[in-house]
Design a protein around this ligand. Structure first.
Ligand code: ZN
Length: 97
């Protein structure tokens, strides 16, 4: 798998926005185009998750789900897997010798 590639979204349900574009709903996971499983290891075929190659997985651990959101659950393992790659929310202080 190539590193630094941004992950797309796989979700348990979908809805269509005002612009006619499919949007993820329900439970969302990160998924890398060309693979058939989520970053946390769920098989897309077995879990019936839908793929959203046009939607970037840009959820953060700090995201708050409001009652109006179609998204009900953001997979914490997929958030961790995608935020580890040098993105802001995951600052790790390098230990001093
Ligand atoms: Zn996941």
């Amino acid at each position: 798998m190539k590193r630094g590639q941004s992950a797309a979204v796989a979700a348990s349900s979908e809805w269509v926005g005002d612009d006619g574009v499919r949007q993820p709903g329900g439970e969302v996971h990160a998924w890398q185009a060309g693979t058939n499983q989520t970053l946390c290891g769920l098989a897309l075929s077995r879990t019936r998750l839908r793929r959203f190659p046009h939607v970037r997985f840009d959820f953060r651990a700090t995201d708050v789900i409001t009652p109006e959101d179609e998204v009900r659950h953001i997979c914490p393992r997929c958030v961790a897997a995608t935020s580890r790659r040098g993105e802001r929310n995951w600052t790790r202080v390098s230990p001093r010798p």
